[in-house]
Design a protein around this ligand. Structure first.
Ligand SMILES: [Zn+2]
Length: 260
């Protein structure tokens, strides 16, 4: 996880004792890319790394009583497990089903996964408001769609469509025509094209499942952000910006193209 001094060891002793050191969370651990790399090359180093990552993702401490702190953690964990399940991995798919059961349980009647927002996602002061960051819901919808492709579970289909509707109601900014960063209107004052990029895959999933005209309209209007590159980011944001485009565009194409 990207915290100061996360590699540890090189800071003076006093500061080292104040640092958490390396920590791992599902949302900062990736599987799909290394898996594709391994499938294309047979690279044994990639296979070994994947096997270790798989072991970490399947730890009993996650699944004895599964829960999640925000939609992003559940979403990425689910994306990884569903990728492992491409390889006919019943343990990964079973873990995914435990995770999804809790995700469905915690979906609010309005379709969102609301919680008390962190300070960085809410500008209301105390008490902070309830809601969720749009991109986190976007990640979860991407994960749920991958799970749906494995299982065709109708309850998951409903959760995806309801989640997309929550995004539209709570994070779309009419003035700019883009989605906002979080549901808190005191934190994100307008929409940004990047925020639309972050939820586009989720909208495409909901539209693929439902054919809903309203969701389709937001998806259609969102397509013009594909390929737009953030201006003025330093080198540290470059890799993420490129990877974002490379991640969501292929799955959206699969949703939008008519069947052959
Ligand atoms: Zn707020």
């Amino acid at each position: 996880m990207h915290i100061p001094g996360h590699l540890g060891g090189y800071l003076p002793p006093f500061f080292r004792s104040k640092m958490r050191g390396t920590s791992l969370i599902p949302s900062h651990t990736w599987v799909e890319g290394p898996l594709l790399h391994w499938l294309l090359t047979g690279d044994e180093a990639a296979a070994e790394s994947l096997a270790k990552t798989r072991g970490w993702l399947l730890q009993a401490r996650f699944f004895d009583a599964y829960d999640f702190t925000n939609a992003r953690e559940a979403g990425w964990h689910l994306i990884h497990l569903c990728a492992l399940a491409w390889l006919d991995d019943p343990a990964a798919l079973n873990a995914a089903s435990i995770l999804v059961a809790r995700v469905l349980e915690r979906q609010a009647p309005g379709g969102g996964w609301v919680r008390m927002l962190t300070d960085s996602h809410c500008g209301c002061g105390y008490p902070r408001c309830c809601g969720e960051a749009g991109f986190m819901v976007g990640v979860l919808l991407s994960g749920l769609m991958r799970y749906y492709r494995h299982t065709s579970d109708p309850a998951v289909a409903d959760a995806i469509v309801d989640g997309a509707r929550w995004l539209i109601v709570n994070t779309y900014d009419q003035a700019s025509g883009y989605f906002r960063y979080t549901s808190c209107k005191n934190r994100t004052l307008g929409g940004k094209f990047q925020c639309t990029q972050w939820v586009l895959e989720g909208l495409a999933a909901a539209w693929t499942i439902s054919g809903d005209a309203e969701i389709g309209g937001y998806l259609q209007r969102g397509l013009n952000v594909i390929g737009r590159f953030p201006v003025g980011i330093g080198h540290s944001g470059m890799g993420k910006a490129m990877a974002q485009q490379m991640r969501y565009v292929p799955s959206i194409l699969a949703s939008l193209l008519p069947p052959p």
